[in-house]
Design a protein around this ligand. Structure first.
Ligand code: GMT
Length: 376
């Protein structure tokens, strides 16, 4: 197949999933064309089946807002025609499904019929897409997609509750390449980050308010009062500065390391003992799955799709959003006992294996074949 993938290229689960899906398809000998405004962060271009087409929006003084959707839909039309692309897979409804729909219509006017598959990732539905400013356009472009998928059952239910959706939504969970993640790093430099008697607690995200970064600091504060520990904060975003200030105020500045954005997630997770994800809302929680495949148990909230990924008492523990006391107690339960930690590590890894790429990518390929059958 010859497939175009549209996604956000920055750090964030939807872009990561889109990129890893594209890489997996390319390995299966499909031609994959990424169409976005920057090379996706996890995309390595050294594969003859992977192509990257950059969308540029020329600045013009008349525009207060640069028309990215327009540039994206034009780029899609040109790319699809030039490379005989058969199918369009857009990740994140805003504005990708909308731009994809416009591209489809422009191509149809020339007698070229391209099916579009839209994957809903979470914030495009629960936070941003639901805003009255966007809702009619999001509803329309979901309904006009040929196939719609969501990354969890919970996100499917949210979409059906919040929007007037006429389409069937297929749940296709996010995935992970277990084989690649099996690497045991010979340079797993734990001693760079912590003393040998310290437990390492990690959080990775885009530090947006929805991640409840302050809860992470509070939970870690409770942990470090009881046992020697370090907290690694990986990523960047609006809550980073306030979090750094809070650590200073609480007197734990030396125990919390803010690493910024990183492409070495697996290396960081290989020396982590526990992962914290107390989010307000989370359609799936890809970061938790990445932790689990690295044998790191997860203390999380029980919101959205997280319970479909993190299993209470097996791969970690779940609590109501904001229940810092319970999350701290559960974290200590795991961290204070080597045998319990070992059991949770095994549980986390076993649960992560259910989301192996080999179990999920064939589902996408099936959906692509179904979509192609509708136009041939
Ligand atoms: O979590 C974010 O803020 C980033 C966002 C994105 O669009 O990249 O993540 C969403 O999609 C991920 C991949 O499907 C999911 O794992 C995240 O749970 C979801 N985030 C939220 O629902 C808040």
């Amino acid at each position: 197949m010859n497939i175009a993938i549209v996604c956000y290229p920055t750090f964030g689960g939807s872009g990561v999933v889109a990129t890893e899906l594209g890489i997996a398809l390319a390995k299966l000998n499909h031609q994959v064309h990424f169409v976005t405004y920057k090379q996706p962060v996890r995309l390595e271009l050294l594969n003859p089946n992977i192509h990257f087409h950059e969308v540029t929006v020329p600045e013009y003084p008349l525009f207060q807002y640069q028309p990215y959707e327009l540039a994206l839909s034009s780029k899609l039309v040109n790319t699809i025609k030039k490379y005989d692309i058969e199918l369009l897979h857009v990740h994140y409804a805003i504005p990708h499904a909308y731009a994809g729909y416009m591209a489809k219509k422009m191509l149809a006017a020339e007698g070229i019929h391209i099916p579009m598959l839209t994957t809903l990732h979470g914030t495009d539905i629960t936070l941003v897409g639901n805003h009255p400013f966007y809702k009619p356009a999001v509803t329309f472009s979901i309904n006009e997609s040929d196939i719609v998928t969501s990354v969890s059952q919970s996100l499917k239910e949210d979409t059906l509750r919040l929007f007037d959706i006429k389409k069937n939504i297929e749940v296709v969970p996010n995935f992970i390449d277990v084989k690649i993640r099996q690497t045991t790093f010979s340079d797993c430099k734990r001693e760079l980050m912590a003393n040998s008697d310290e437990r390492i607690v990690t959080h990775i995200s885009n530090f947006r308010p929805v991640k409840r970064i302050m809860d992470i600091i509070d939970i870690f504060y409770n942990i470090q009062e009881k046992i020697p520990a370090k907290l690694l904060m990986v990523g960047d975003g609006p809550e980073r500065n306030p979090a750094e200030q809070k650590c200073k105020k609480l007197g734990i500045k030396d125990k919390v390391i803010f690493l910024g954005n990183s492409n070495e997630i697996d290396k960081i997770l290989c020396f982590s003992d526990l992962f914290l994800l107390p989010s307000e809302s989370e359609s799936f929680g890809l970061a938790a799955l990445e932790a689990m495949v690295n044998k790191v148990p997860v203390i999380s909230s029980n919101t959205g799709g997280i319970p479909e990924v993190n299993i209470h008492g097996v791969s970690g523990y779940l609590s109501n959003v904001g229940n810092i006391e319970e999350m701290s107690t559960n974290a200590l339960k795991i961290l204070q006992d080597n045998k319990i930690l070992e059991d949770f590590k095994k549980g986390a890894y076993k649960q992560a294996m259910k989301f192996d790429i080999n179990n999920i990518v064939p589902t996408y390929i099936n959906l692509y074949e179904n979509a192609l059958a509708t136009v041939s």
